[in-house]
Ligand binder design. Structure first.
Ligand SMILES: NC(=O)c1ccc[n+]([C@@H]2O[C@H](COP(=O)([O-])OP(=O)(O)OC[C@H]3O[C@@H](n4cnc5c(N)ncnc54)[C@H](O)[C@@H]3O)[C@@H](O)[C@H]2O)c1
Length: 344
């Protein structure tokens, strides 16, 4: 099979993880990279053995390269929308890290542009590829939980991470979109009403805590709580791979009239105790194994490469779900700021 030639934009922490995985995939070829920061770009080129003439400080220069099949966007959240649209205009398929955009109208424009161009836009909602979250989806679809009444979700991040994100993007577009994607996937229908509250404890531009209640068309009542206030003394579960050690404290509980299913990401079972502290290394998202990086990130990128090679939309990660997530995320911000519910 012909390799999918990919240009990757954003060689920061997660971009480097993508590069690592893409280099492992037989169906993918890293044909160009871009970062607006020259030092980050040069370091990635050197670490991944890539030639200088395929490195771009201007991402639009990369997008214009004729021989690329697809663009993988792993840059800052606010740059995603314009880069996705430019890639579609140049006839490229797109893999874009979450969030699809930070503006709902832009997400709708992407949906339209993707349909008109006949190209795929695949959003990296990694949780769908993580075995426990996928297993819960199967329980729902196979009717084991009966009719779903409520879904409760929580995702808290290390306080130290907020120094880099507090002036960068509202947390609903960073931590919150993980659970919003799961809620849209599990509920399987539109969200009709949102009420949200937020608090700003650390004085950055964006709140470090929000708490939202969502109502879906089929009656499901859902909650989404997210704070970036996990203290430094908490057992770390994000260690080694991402150059950003810390703690993700996430929990989901799906409540049906025949059963419940829940998953706790923070302390999934593995413990490492040393003189400097206790770790609970996370093993589902991007674990290092005998064949390199495995887990959900590898499954996700593999799935995307296959879909691009076949030019076939992913039924597992439809673009429409990510557009719906953007609508809800924007309503959460609006409700948190106005103190009023938002009808969708
Ligand atoms: N799925 C997950 O679990 C997960 C985890 C971490 C990050 N992410 C996502 O990955 C993306 C990147 O996050 P990160 O932690 O790597 O951030 P980062 O700050 O480490 O890296 C972002 C890089 O993008 C570059 N950049 C910014 N704007 C650019 C532009 N217009 N063109 C080219 N390069 C540009 C920056 O210079 C930087 O090197 C974000 O969307 C984030 O939400 C996803």
């Amino acid at each position: 099979m012909k390799k999918v030639r990919i240009g990757l934009i954003g060689t920061g922490r997660f971009g480097r993880l993508h590069l690592n995985v893409l280099q492992q995939l037989p169906g993918a070829e890293i044909a160009a990279i871009s970062d607006v920061q020259k030092d980050a770009l040069e370091k990635a080129a050197s670490d991944f053995g890539l030639a200088k003439d395929i490195c771009y400080t201007d991402p639009f220069g990369l997008i214009a390269r004729e021989e690329l099949d697809a663009v993988d966007i792993v840059s800052d959240e606010k740059s995603h929308g314009p880069l996705v649209l430019a890639a579609l205009q140049h006839g490229k398929h797109v893999i874009v890290e979450k969030p699809l955009s930070v503006i709902y109208a832009e997400a709708e424009a992407i949906r339209k542009a993707a349909a008109e161009s006949g190209r795929q836009v695949l959003v990296g909602n990694i949780s769908r590829f993580s075995q426990p979250y996928f297993a819960i989806k199967r329980q729902i679809d196979e009717g084991r939980l009966g009719t779903i009444a409520a879904i409760r979700t929580k995702r808290n991040f290390s306080k130290s991470w907020f120094h880099g994100f507090g002036n960068r993007v509202h947390p609903v577009f960073e931590s919150g979109v993980h659970e919003l994607d799961l809620l849209v996937w599990y509920a399987g229908c539109r969200c009709t009403k949102v009420m949200s509250y937020e608090r700003n404890m650390s004085g950055y531009a964006f709140p470090d805590l929000f708490s939202a209640t969502l109502v879906f068309e089929n009656g499901i009542v859902a909650s989404l709580d997210s704070s970036w206030m996990v203290p430094a003394g908490s057992p770390q579960n994000l260690v080694e791979t991402l150059e950003l050690d810390g703690t993700i404290d996430a929990h989901i509980e799906v409540i049906g009239d025949q059963g419940t299913a829940s998953y706790q990401l923070a302390h999934a079972g593995l413990s490492v105790w040393t003189d400097s502290g206790a770790l609970h290394p996370e093993t589902t998202l991007w674990p290092t194994g005998p064949e390199g990086i495995g887990g959900a990130i590898r499954l996700e990128l593999e799935h995307f490469i296959h879909r691009i090679a076949e030019n076939r939309p992913s039924e597992f990660m439809p673009l429409s779900d990510s557009v719906e997530v953007m609508k809800i995320a924007e309503a959460i911000v609006e409700s948190g700021q106005t103190g009023r519910p938002v009808e969708l």
